[in-house]
Design a protein around this ligand. Structure first.
Ligand code: NAD
Length: 251
């Protein structure tokens, strides 16, 4: 049977792979054997080096996912480069903070367009290819705010709750056709995305007191969940939102 977590010979697209969770996800998939297409707005040099150190190839695609304009080209370029597409990780995302009563349309649209609209259309573009080949793994990055309301982040909560719903919907449509669609819901991880929370002494203390594991997550803590959901080990797992949260939701 071999190692059910082995990703040798697979090709994975990871969006927002230059830093933070996306970089750690790309490196974990590479360490399990996958070649990586690293998609994002910024230079991918560091990620490329880490993937190369794992002995895998990394192809960078510069793309701004605040619109769906680059979506079909990302899938086409992946197929042209590696000749295959097995795994899609929708990680790129943004957050905007303001009281709901003051929240602007710009902050609403920016977050929904990047975190939800582009995620759906990337799933669709990759999904068309995966359905045709009868196999594929899609992993969407959700959030604790796929389960909870949060505070002062209305468009983020709406987008991540939407990502959870979308993950279930796609699983319903595609599970019988060989394509697994699941999500990972990270708890509180130390990245740029949470820099404001980490810097706010009161919020930082309140968050730490509420995490049973007693620490912020480190990006590498997500790797095992991603490899699981990208591999044969999860072939019968569909529409699941896997929390990797130090126990936050158990509290
Ligand atoms: P981050 O800000 O460090 O990284 C976000 C990534 O998304 C970057 O690579 C960035 O370049 C990319 N990105 C943003 N807008 C983009 C655009 N328009 N086009 C292309 N790429 C774009 O944050 P992170 O914490 O690593 O977040 C990664 C994902 O994890 C996000 O979806 C975030 O919502 C989610 N998440 C993070 C946490 C956490 O605690 N850090 C918790 C739950 C969910």
């Amino acid at each position: 049977m071999g190692n059910p977590f082995d990703l040798s010979g697979r090709a994975a697209i990871v969006t927002g792979a230059n830093t933070g969770l996306g970089q750690a996800l790309a490196v974990a998939l590479a360490q399990a054997g996958a070649d990586i297409v690293a998609v994002g707005r910024s230079a991918m040099d560091e990620t490329r080096g880490l993937v190369a150190a794992a002995g895998r190839r990394c192809h960078a695609i510069k793309a701004d996912l605040s619109t769906i304009a680059p979506v079909s080209a990302i899938v086409e370029e992946t197929l042209a480069t590696f000749g295959r597409l097995d795994i899609l990780v929708n990680n790129a995302g943004i957050i905007r903070r303001a009281d709901a009563v003051d929240f602007t349309e710009e902050d609403w649209d920016a977050v929904i367009d990047t975190n939800l609209k582009s995620v759906f259309f990337l799933c669709q573009a990759a999904g068309r290819h995966m359905l045709a080949q009868g196999a594929g793994k899609i992993i969407n990055i959700a959030s604790m705010l796929s389960f909870q309301g949060g505070i002062r982040v209305p468009s983020y909560t709406a987008s991540k709750s939407g990502v959870a719903g979308l993950t279930r919907l796609l699983a319903n449509e595609w599970a019988g056709r060989g394509v697994n669609v699941n999500a990972i819901a990270p708890g509180y991880f130390a990245t740029n995305n949470t820099a404001a929370l980490q810097a706010d002494e009161t919020r930082n203390r309140a968050i730490l007191e509420r995490i049973p594991a007693g620490r912020w997550g480190q990006p590498a803590d997500l790797g095992g969940a991603a490899v699981f959901l990208a591999s044969r080990a999860s072939d019968y797992v569909h529409g699941h939102i896997l929390a990797v949260d130090g126990g936050w939701l158990a509290r």
